[in-house]
Design a protein around this ligand. Structure first.
Ligand code: ACO
Length: 330
């Protein structure tokens, strides 16, 4: 059998502070009923503290991952971090994580694909296992969304939260792991969801700060419509081209942007709610963190050989789906 990239361990990290809908309703003109019915979010985690970047959460998740698998950081060949809230514009957050966990023999880089970041990074990492180039690849999805959210903007501040998840990829010759993927982009969608300033088009200035251009800008409805269509289409296509009927799919692991989007995708795939991983009610949209955090929390329910579809849509626009055969019995 050809070499495939199996997920051999998964871990997650969430900061302690819980920001509830009730607390948000005291900050902006919103309420629990609106947030719950329109998004599915009840609470989210926030990383507090001065100069605490996304890497803080990533390091926690990776250290736990290594401990769980019983390997040393020096065994890691490659470490990829998916994030849109990097510690710095440069260097890559992956380099900081590699340094802090002691991955002395690894190379590392970041992937920036917004909410599709984790699946893009997972697929990228898998190529290095499948080619035989590497034996151990760590893929992290982490975002400190609270660092780019305007907590006076009710249309975005209710949605996002902070968190990190990480997986280890290792070679399998028994057909487990990442078996298929499809990723797509439509760069023209960038105008509907982005951070206007801070990059080379608009470096930080007093004006950009005053205009609040360092925060997430999102035209919710425009994004919603495309997200539902593209996430559903690509997930259904992943089933068809791998000859998977609804009964053959054990789990859908959808990006957690909005419960209504997730429900639409599951309907299209003809999957019951009981096969859909959900953590949006507890953590909101943690951007690159949602999918590995779902895998982490549901791993006790996963069985070796389960067919799993990961699916995401995010800023860019970026989207895609990955077909994984689960490799471990928890
Ligand atoms: N509380 C109360 N009312 C609100 C709130 C709030 N928090 N936010 C908006 N409203 C109001 C609006 O002002 C509007 O009022 P109006 O009718 O008087 O004008 C009304 O609610 C409806 O607003 P919409 O924006 O149409 O609300 P919608 O149902 O579309 O929900 C949401 C907004 C949750 C943002 C939704 O559009 C969505 O989920 N979009 C997709 C998000 C997504 O998938 N993003 C991609 C991933 S993120 C990434 O890549 C970083």
């Amino acid at each position: 059998m050809p070499i495939t990239a199996a997920i051999t361990a998964v871990e997650g990290y969430l900061p302690d502070y819980i920001l509830t809908n009730h607390e948000l309703s005291q900050m902006v003109d919103t309420n629990d009923e609106w947030i719950t019915s329109r998004t599915g979010v009840k609470e989210r985690r926030i990383l507090k503290g001065k100069e605490q970047g996304a890497s803080v959460m990533a390091v926690e998740a990776v250290n736990k991952l290594l401990k769980k698998r019983g390997i040393s950081a020096e065994e890691i060949d490659l470490l990829i971090v998916a994030t849109v809230t990097a510690d710095y514009i440069f260097p890559a957050t992956a380099n900081i994580v590699s340094d802090k966990v002691g991955a002395k023999n690894a190379w590392s880089f970041d992937v920036n694909a917004a909410c599709s970041g984790f699946i893009y990074a997972l697929t990228t990492g898998a190529q290095f296992i499948q080619s035989g180039a590497h034996k151990k690849v760590v893929v992290v999805g982490v975002d400190k969304m609270s660092s780019i959210i305007d907590y006076t903007d009710r249309s975005t501040c209710v949605i996002f939260g902070d968190g990190a998840g990480a997986v280890l990829l290792e070679p399998s010759t028994e057909g487990y792991g990442i078996l298929d993927f499809k990723h797509q982009v439509d760069g023209s969608g960038r105008v509907h969801l982005y951070q206007k300033a801070g990059g080379s088009v608009k470096p930080p200035s007093i004006e950009s700060v005053e205009k609040k251009e360092h925060f997430v800008y999102q035209e919710g409805q425009a994004v919603f419509k495309v997200a539902v269509k593209q996430m559903a289409d690509v997930s259904a296509e992943m089933m068809v081209r791998n000859n998977l009927k609804p009964d053959d799919v054990a789990w859908l692991v959808p990006h957690q942007a909005n419960k209504r989007i997730i429900e639409a995708v599951a309907r299209r795939m003809e999957l019951p709610d009981s096969k859909v991983m959900l953590n949006i009610h507890k953590y909101g949209n943690t951007t690159s963190g949602t999918i590995p955090l779902c895998l982490w929390e549901y791993q006790g329910k996963l069985k070796k050989g389960d067919n799993i579809i990961l699916s995401a849509f995010g800023g860019g626009f970026t989207w895609g789906a990955v077909y994984v055969k689960w490799a471990i019995n928890s």
